[in-house]
Design a protein. Structure first.
Length: 304
């Protein structure tokens, strides 16, 4: 296990997640929601095929594929992208990110318990309570209009994401990783392409040079997300890796402040910190079992 490699992969993933909202805003200035969804998934699928053809060897085994869960996964992945895209467009990037994690924390707890028989520990309950408290503070006062359409889309996205992750967990040992990467990208091409065609919009609209670059990199982003998370969790502790990825909570508002001048209010900062703690606490072992925690975060252990 290469801890430095795993940590680096997950840390880069958190940064890419954090800057994704900026790309959505750039593309939204020139094309519609479905057009940008189509283009991003299209280029992601093209990059995946190129990588598989030239850099990955070996035949794909189609005999043991669970088609129903795979199709569901291929639909849910672009659905998460769709609702998160709407959320970024209709509300502040920080609000969209925090809303996503609030719903994800709460809903993943129940999915893990009922579908995978994961125990609901005291730390998980504490994390759930902190998430609720953080939500109350983050949205205070309600009169400021934070509970808008964009925030609602973030909540829906946060509900769908744990279901998507559950399907990925179910399919991972049963389906070739190349199929798990390519199928949801192909699913996004069809799901976004159909409404684009029926609304008589162009599948490849004219865009500025900057938007073209953003669309290309956004597609490559989708490929990177999947690859880096696979590499990361193969070389790093699962629970602590989850904490590393959740650094998106801080990268997204940071990039939004730098590039879009979207500043956080005091209540959003306090609520965001509490939501961050809600993510960390359930994944940190009690002090009496914290030897592994110290080893993983020891500067020397990362470089072993």
């Amino acid at each position: 296990m290469n801890k430095l490699k795993g940590f680096s992969a997950l840390f880069i993933t958190a940064i890419l997640y954090g800057i994704g909202g900026i790309f959505i805003r750039v593309l939204n200035q020139e094309i519609t929601v479905f057009q940008q969804m189509y283009i991003r998934h299209f280029w992601g699928f093209v990059f995946a095929i190129v990588v598989f053809l030239f850099f990955v060897r070996g035949k794909i085994n189609f005999k043991k594929i669970s088609f129903v869960p795979l199709i569901a996964y291929s639909i849910l992945f672009p659905s998460v992208v769709f609702f998160f895209t709407l959320s970024i467009i209709y509300t502040k990037i920080a609000d969209a990110t925090f809303g996503f994690y609030i719903a994800s924390i709460i809903f993943s707890l129940f999915i893990g318990h009922f579908l995978f028989n994961e125990k609901i520990t005291k730390l998980k309950i504490a994390g759930l309570l902190l998430a609720i408290i953080g939500l109350i503070i983050f949205t205070f006062p309600l009169s400021k209009g934070i509970l808008n359409f964009g925030f609602l889309c973030a909540i829906i996205c946060g509900i769908l994401d744990p279901i998507t992750n559950s399907l990925r967990k179910h399919l991972s040992p049963r389906v070739d990783k190349r199929i798990l990467i390519a199928m949801p990208l192909l699913g996004g091409v069809f799901m976004a392409g159909i409404p684009v065609v029926f609304s008589h919009q162009s599948l490849f609209p004219h865009m500025s040079f900057l938007a073209e670059l953003v669309a290309l990199f956004s597609g490559f982003q989708f490929l990177l997300f999947t690859y880096l998370t696979l590499v990361g969790f193969q070389n790093f502790d699962l629970n602590l890796g989850t904490i590393v990825i959740s650094l998106e909570l801080f990268f997204a508002p940071f990039f939004a402040t730098i590039f879009l001048h979207e500043y956080l209010t005091v209540s959003e900062i306090i609520g965001g910190v509490i939501i961050g703690l809600a993510i960390v606490i359930p994944h940190v072992q009690p002090l009496r079992k914290s030897k592994k925690f110290r080893e993983l975060f020891s500067p020397l252990s990362l470089w072993e």
